[in-house]
Design a protein around this ligand. Structure first.
Ligand code: F6P
Length: 319
């Protein structure tokens, strides 16, 4: 192994730059030549690849987003497109790839490995939805951003005695919502793992109002319902002003927190060591604070991460 390429794919996540930096510097310090691919699999297909030197990753550890750019490129499922991408890799004599992204990008890594270029994937997503790893790069930064937003919402919701609904990202994973709700002291939580009935939520709120609650924050994961409609429904039935806030892409930006920087640095460093040992088709994770590697199939075939019922129980006991 002499030349390694790195790309970021899917939704950007804080800490991706720290991961690229770790991969590039570990590679260079091991006398490898390092290459960066712009805009994920799209750039691989379009042959937008540059050589990366030590200074390309200077002043990157603290920067949000990904300086290589990222893209969602579902066309990569197409065999002909992948064949062109492989040709581009081979023309540059790149021996292996490291791919940082969500579970969607893991499938691409698996396919490229099957076509003869060993790939290692790093979990880069705020959603924390990848099976086999306790945490993903970007999760803790997004969590801090969400908690800050909830704290701000609490100020205004308290001042106006309103009900505030806050919609949190995570796609089909409730980790961000649940943890943010605990840390932000939210009174009500709606997660993808629960059966959602607006009537039941309303009943809970009405009971709380009867007990004297003047304001409340409801944390809800995206993709469950239309939160604007939910706000109208709650306001109509409780006679309490209710506002919905969709945090949106604010949650994806910003400088990574220390944990994400360190996690990214450890995982990037570990990925190079695995590639040098001849591994491919593997992904990196963290379990009980230990960096691990496992088959990409394990991550992609187990769509659902274990739900943290214990955490939900704690949240419910804190209302
Ligand atoms: O996977 C990260 C994520 O931010 C999800 O939480 C969200 O559902 C999705 O990406 C949004 O994707 P896009 O930025 O393509 O709109």
């Amino acid at each position: 192994i002499k030349r390694i390429g790195v790309l970021t794919s899917g939704g950007d996540a804080p800490g991706m730059n720290a991961a690229i930096r770790s991969i590039v510097r570990t590679g260079l310090n091991n006398k490898l030549e390092m290459f960066g691919i712009y805009d994920g699999y799209l750039g691989l297909y379009e042959n937008r690849i540059i050589q990366l030197k030590y200074s390309n990753v200077s002043n990157m550890i603290n920067r949000g987003g990904t300086f290589l750019g990222s893209a969602r490129f579902p066309e990569f499922h197409n065999h002909n497109i992948r064949t062109i991408a492989i040709k581009n890799i081979k023309n540059l004599k790149i021996d292996a790839l490291i791919i940082i992204g969500g579970d969607g990008s893991y499938l691409g890594a698996k396919k490229i490995t099957e076509l003869g270029i060993p790939c290692i994937s790093l979990p880069g997503t705020i959603d924390n939805d990848i099976f086999g790893t306790d945490y993903t790069i970007g999760y803790f930064t997004a969590l801090e951003t969400i908690i800050e937003a909830i704290d701000r919402l609490r100020d205004t919701s308290l001042s106006h005695q309103r009900i505030s609904i806050v919609e949190v990202m995570g796609r089909f994973c409730g980790d961000l919502t649940l943890s943010a709700a605990i840390a932000g002291g939210c009174e009500f939580i709606v997660l993808p793992n629960m059966i959602f009935k607006k009537e039941l939520l309303l009943k809970e709120i009405q009971i709380a109002i009867k007990k004297g609650k003047k304001h409340a924050i409801i944390a809800i994961t995206e993709c469950i319902c239309d939160v604007e409609q939910l706000a109208k429904y709650i306001e109509y039935n409780t006679n309490r002003e209710t506002r919905a806030t969709i945090l949106g892409h604010i949650q994806r930006g910003g400088a990574p927190v220390a944990y994400d920087r360190i996690l990214a640095s450890k995982m990037g460093n570990y990925a190079i060591s695995k590639i040098l040992k001849g591994y491919g088709g593997q992904c990196i994770g963290i379990k009980n604070e230990k960096i691990i590697h496992y088959d990409i199939d394990v991550a992609t075939k187990n769509k659902k991460k274990k739900f943290q019922y214990n955490l939900l129980k704690i949240a419910k006991e804190l209302y």
